[in-house]
Design a protein around this ligand. Structure first.
Ligand code: NAD
Length: 353
């Protein structure tokens, strides 16, 4: 399935019939896991959304309950912990659960959310391997619930322009892509980001999925082969996961993408060379402050609240029965590619996706 093509989702007629909201009513979202991304990005974004609102929370830290309840006027009946999470099934205020936990927990909470009859948004990376993604998709299908991945850049104007320029071949066929997405990860060796069971891997899982996405949505193609190698300057710190992953993806048209993802440098860029010119984002994957240009001149688009746009679109999909443009299948395809990249790190050879 191409990344830009019509996407598989639950049966549309049935889905539309399953949402019991009256016209104009917003869908309720419960954030599952109140860490950095939920606290500083998603909850503030939910103050700007039109089709959904912050209706509930799921947290393992009792001290956070009152803080969040006071800040966002969340009633006690909409506050859960990880043990009581399944009781959310009987709560009509919550339509969507948004899983913002470490990746190693995405499968469990997506499946429990679907079993509880809720639509699910799951953060990237979708899981810690493609096999788990399939189980998540199956669980949502079985309960006729919609599943989407937190791919906010599909709603972001500069990245949408990269999709248009590449997929419509405005500069001719794409020859080469170079992209990096990295940040320096401090010295917290207790973080889930350096624990294989919770993170699935290192920066390749956490940040590299954006590079894979960037290459997929500019070409509109699926890579056939990948090869990868790693660099480690702090083996004492990165004992379970890679520190830097350097990888290559080969596309059926002959286009090649060169990617880099590291916990030891700062970067976020997407550069595309095509037959008749180039186009790029030198600030590509952040929450704002995008910078873009082509061989014809600068790009000029508004910077928007990406998370608000992403969540509003998902709520709208549920309300209208439209398929989401960022479904579980898209997250699973990224995980297939990541799986192949890790196989290549092991084998030292080119691997088929
Ligand atoms: P974080 O460490 O700040 O938060 C993780 C939360 O999970 C914490 O509240 C923690 O208490 C909770 N948790 C529950 N069980 C846990 C366990 N067993 N071990 C560790 N923590 C546990 O992480 P984050 O940066 O908020 O990331 C959460 C998810 O959001 C990840 O999947 C990450 O990739 C994703 N994320 C996405 C974006 C984006 O731009 N889409 C940005 C940041 C993070």
């Amino acid at each position: 399935m191409g990344i830009g093509s019509a996407l598989i989702g639950p049966d549309i007629a049935t889905l539309a019939a399953c949402n019991n909201k009256k016209d104009g009513q917003k869908l309720g979202i419960a954030l599952v896991g109140l860490g950095g991304y939920a606290t500083y990005q998603l909850a503030p974004a939910l103050q700007e959304t039109k089709n959904c609102y912050l209706a509930g929370i799921v947290t393992g830290t009792p001290a956070k309950e009152k803080i969040w309840a006071d800040r966002y006027s969340i009633p006690a009946k909409n506050i859960y912990n990880y043990q009581t999470f399944d009781n959310i099934a009987g709560n009509p205020d919550i339509d969507i659960v948004y899983i913002v936990l470490p990746p190693g927990l995405h499968k469990e909470y997506t499946i429990r959310g679907a079993e509880a009859g809720k639509h699910v948004i799951c953060e990237k990376p979708m899981a810690i391997g493609a096999a788990d993604c399939q189980l998540m998709i199956d669980a949502c299908k079985k309960k006729n619930r919609m599943l989407s991945i937190g791919y906010r850049l599909h709603f972001e104007p500069y990245n949408m322009e990269m999709m248009r320029l590449g997929q419509k071949k405005i500069f001719g066929a794409i020859k080469k892509i170079e992209s990096a997405n990295s940040f320096t990860f401090g010295n917290d060796n207790t973080s889930w980001r350096v624990k294989k069971s919770l993170a699935g891997g290192g920066p390749m899982m956490d940040m590299g999925v954006y590079v894979i996405q960037g290459a997929r949505y500019t070409t509109g193609e699926e890579p056939v082969y990948v090869s990868a190698r790693q660099e480690k300057t702090r083996p004492d710190f990165f004992t379970e996961v890679e520190e830097t992953c350097i990888f290559e993806m080969e596309f059926p048209s002959g286009a090649k993408a060169f990617g880099r993802s590291s916990y030891n440098e700062n970067s976020n860029s997407l550069h595309v060379e095509a037959e008749k010119g180039w186009f790029e984002l030198s600030e590509a994957y952040r929450y704002g402050g995008m910078v873009g240009a082509t061989s014809r001149g600068k790009m000029n688009f508004p910077n928007i609240n990406q998370q608000a746009a992403q969540m509003d679109d998902f709520a709208n999909c549920i309300l209208t029965g439209k398929p989401t443009r960022v479904p579980g299948e898209m997250g699973m395809q990224d995980m297939r590619i990541v799986d192949a990249i890790y196989r290549s790190l092991e084998s030292g050879k080119k691997e088929k996706v």
